[in-house]
Ligand binder design. Structure first.
Ligand SMILES: Cc1ncc(COP(=O)(O)O)c(C=O)c1O
Length: 362
């Protein structure tokens, strides 16, 4: 190979396949495949995007100063410890690039978010997958998998695609069980949807331990996946390192304006939380009554078990035929399941109706 990549691990990467967004032969698509907010962005945010577009000829503020200040105020954290990115994906990428050298290892849970392994391999590192207990990350097993090569433990909490949750105490115990020189990255992409009072996204641990990073996103509850905006809350030393390696203008001016307006519209966030909690309970109950296993979810999607990969795939195709797109999760080691994002009332009624007909005819 003439243009061999810098690390062999890059050849082990299977490119990420996102949720489907198109279905041939239907005139309307209901996209329940990428955990997006079905309301779409609120009018205040759309207005801010339109205004910012008028100045799209100007480079953005490379330091995202206003946005970081707003995020700092909202979350009670120091803006200097915040780094913004083109999606939280980019923060994960920065962390792997900054802290993993070829031969190093990162740890993630068996059904954890796929991008951890991809960015680790891109940096030359080896992703180590740790078995879960009943589709839930197992802190003891994670701590037990640490070697002298381990640099980062990535944990999505709640996890995608299982929706599983670890509580505050479990996260704290995990941090205490890990060696000091191993960074714990808590990916809180879905934290706003959690209603368990014993949960925390983990911001309080960032200051306390100095080796915890929390990542957050505007792609889910803030309904801005298309603009690519996320952020990380880091100890000062880590923020300094990530600021050295990021692109000078890694977050567009339009994304920054949208993010700022979105932070100011907490009413929209509240409305989305209430809707999601109702849908999650309602759809789970409906599908359980149909005889399916629905794993408990703390997020804006549910993982549904169809018992065999064939049944899952055939149901997915039956939904797709009606323009309803859900997520295959074979790449996550869950081939007999489908992940279904929670949409609007009428969308979920339609989806449940198709699933019911499919089960009746199969
Ligand atoms: C657990 C988790 N983390 C991070 C992301 C990445 O989100 P984004 O890069 O859009 O912020 C996702 C997206 O699906 C996710 O499910």
């Amino acid at each position: 190979m003439i243009f061999a990549p810098k690390a062999k691990t890059i050849l082990d990467i299977s490119p990420y396949v996102g949720g489907e967004s198109k279905a041939a032969g239907v005139d309307r698509v209901i996209k329940l495949s990428s955990n997006e907010n079905p309301f779409g962005p609120p009018a205040s945010v759309v207005g801010a995007v339109q205004n910012a577009a008028k100045e799209a000829h100007l480079y953005p503020d490379g330091g995202c100063v206003d946005l970081r200040r707003a995020l700092g105020d909202l979350n009670g954290i120091d803006p200097d410890q915040i780094i913004c990115g083109a999606g939280s994906d980019e923060i994960i990428q920065f962390l792997c690039n900054a802290y993993c050298a070829p031969g190093d290892e990162i740890i993630y849970s068996a059904h954890g978010f796929l991008m951890y392994a991809i960015y680790a391999r891109a940096a030359g590192a080896v992703p180590v997958s740790v078995p879960e207990l009943n589709l839930k990350a197992d802190p003891e097993a994670i701590a037990g998998a640490v070697t002298d090569k381990t640099k980062i433990v990535f944990l999505a909490n709640p996890n995608n695609p299982t929706g599983a949750l670890l509580l505050k105490d479990e996260i704290r115990s995990l941090r205490e069980a890990l060696p000091e020189n191993v960074l714990l990255v808590l990916d809180a992409a879905y934290c706003e949807y959690v209603d368990d009072p014993n949960y925390s996204a983990g911001h309080e641990l960032v200051g306390e331990f100095g080796n915890v990073v929390v990542t957050r996103t505007f792609s889910k509850i803030y309904a801005l996946g298309g603009l690519r905006l996320g952020w990380g809350h880091c100890p000062p030393e880590i923020a300094d390192i990530l600021n050295r390696i990021r692109g000078p203008f890694n977050v567009s001016s339009v994304a920054q304006a949208a993010g700022l307006a979105a932070v100011e519209d907490q009413g929209f966030v509240e409305k989305s939380i209430v809707h999601n909690a109702r849908m999650r309970a309602q759809v789970s109950e409906t599908l359980v009554k149909l005889g399916l296993t629905v794993y408990p979810s703390a997020a804006n999607f549910i993982l549904v078990d169809f018992e065999t990969p064939e049944r899952a795939e055939n149901c997915r195709l039956a939904l797709k035929e009606q323009g309803i797109l859900v997520r295959q999760v074979g790449a996550y080691g869950l081939p007999s399941c489908l992940r279904i994002s929670l949409g609007l009332d009428n969308e979920m009624d339609l989806a449940c109706g198709v699933i019911k007909s499919y089960l009746a005819s199969s």
